[in-house]
Write a protein that binds this ligand. Structure first.
Ligand code: HEM
Length: 393
């Protein structure tokens, strides 16, 4: 029987019409990926939360049999030396080492610095325009400076992080150019670790060096995971900032609500993460043991993709799913993944987003799109995000 292929969404903050239809038919669907491999898609929220929690039956290792690759060619990069590709017990050991970098106490201590990063970026945006490309001038700047702070390195490095991660995620560069950018970024992290070029002894680089000195991790693992934090924490947060700004511009009532009720800011951010679902087909696994879900069994060696946009718009869990509703209550979307690999940087990302959306429309209340036509989404990459967001005020 011929299987359908994986389609892209047509409208920014909504799953593709086809995925919505599949979700109404069944919680899981088998498809053929652009690579010709076949994979299960998980489409509903309750089943997604169930399956992603079955740690003993899943592998995040891209070399595992049946892993649902979306790009042709052999897996590249740092593979299983990166936290996101590790399986237990190795993952458990690394996660215990890295999770304290993002503890609630540390994130709380970062808040004043994040507010300053946001205020400075708003000053620079105001000086640059109007009009200005919000994505480049603001949305990419805030997370790259936040990552410098997390790593404990000089803020000036944020220009390099932006330049290299931009090439890495661009659709207009060749595969060679992309590989060269990743290699340059890896070399940069490697040099920073070797020189211990740190401005803050509490930063991740200093902690990685301590772990290396204590024999807990190799130098390669320190470089690979510092690199992972730059790559995983930069574009993701930038796209969420830009798309959240579009959502706020589309809903002036939300701007007023947040000004009058700042306590609703955390709920707004959860709703942005849920409705945007930027990491739409990023959360992928191979089954290593049978996984029975209702009348379907995922067999060992079969691929699984958790289709975030479909899951996060499942009306069974989120009534009127397209609406940003600040009174939904508990956050059980899959915007930060789930199970053992759920985003380790989520507390930092949330703090950045709170700093942005607690300030942006208060300081620039007339912020609006320069022209609808010029908003350019990134539709062909792993992450559903932005390329250009021209704004005026
Ligand atoms: C809005 C911003 C962000 C979004 C939407 C996001 C999303 C995600 C998702 C969906 C996963 C799970 C991947 C999987 O299960 O295969 C993940 C994992 C991860 N994220 Fe994030 N992320 C964000 C920000 C950050 C930040 C700021 C950092 C660090 C600086 C970070 C570092 C990581 C790391 C290291 C992992 C792997 C965790 C593990 O495997 O245990 N992310 N993220």
């Amino acid at each position: 029987m011929e299987q359908p292929t994986l389609t892209a969404r047509e409208v920014p903050f909504r799953p593709s019409a086809e995925h919505e239809q599949w979700r109404e038919e069944h919680p899981l669907k088998r498809v053929t990926l652009p690579t010709g491999l076949s994979s299960w898609l998980v489409l509903r929220q309750a089943e997604a939360q169930d399956i992603i929690g079955r740690t003993d039956s899943l592998s995040a290792d891209t070399r595992a049999e049946g892993y649902p690759h979306l790009r042709q060619g052999k897996p590249t990069g740092d593979g299983t030396t990166q936290l996101v590709r590790m399986d237990p017990p190795v993952h458990t050991r690394y996660r215990r080492m890295f999770a304290p970098f993002f503890s609630a106490k540390r994130v709380q201590a970062w808040e004043p610095a994040l507010e300053k990063i946001v205020d400075d970026a708003i000053d620079d945006l105001l000086a640059a325009g109007p009009p200005a490309d919000f994505h480049e001038r603001f949305a990419l700047v805030v997370p790259s400076k936040a990552i410098c702070m997390l790593l404990g390195v000089d803020y000036d490095l944020h220009h390099e992080f932006e330049r290299l991660t931009k090439i890495n995620t661009s659709s207009t560069v060749t595969a060679e150019e992309r590989m060269a950018a990743v290699a340059e970024l890896r070399q940069l992290m490697s040099d920073i670790i070797d020189d211990q070029r740190v401005s803050n002894a509490e930063g991740v680089i200093a902690k990685m060096v301590d772990l290396m000195d204590a024999g807990e991790i190799t130098r390669d693992a320190a470089v690979a995971n510092a690199l992972l934090m730059v790559v995983a924490g930069h574009e993701t947060t930038a796209h969420t900032i830009s798309q959240g700004t579009i959502q706020m511009i589309q809903r002036p009532d939300l701007q007023r609500t947040i000004t009058e009720h700042p306590e609703k800011l955390p709920a707004l951010i959860e709703e942005m993460l849920r409705t945007q679902s930027i990491t739409d087909n990023v959360i992928a696994r191979a089954a290593t043991a049978p996984i029975a879900v209702q009348d379907t069994t995922i067999e060992p060696g079969e691929g699984i993709i958790f289709l975030s946009s479909s899951i996060n718009h499942d009306p069974r869990a989120f009534p009127n799913p397209l609406d940003i509703d600040l009174d939904r209550g508990r956050a059980d979307h899959i915007g930060f993944g789930g199970g053992i690999h759920s985003c380790v940087g989520q507390s930092l990302a949330r703090a950045e987003l709170r700093a942005v959306f607690g300030t942006l429309f208060r300081r620039i209340p007339t912020l609006r799109l320069a022209a609808d036509d010029d908003v350019e989404y990134q539709r062909d990459a792993f992450i559903f995000g932005m390329r250009r967001l021209p704004v005026q005020w």
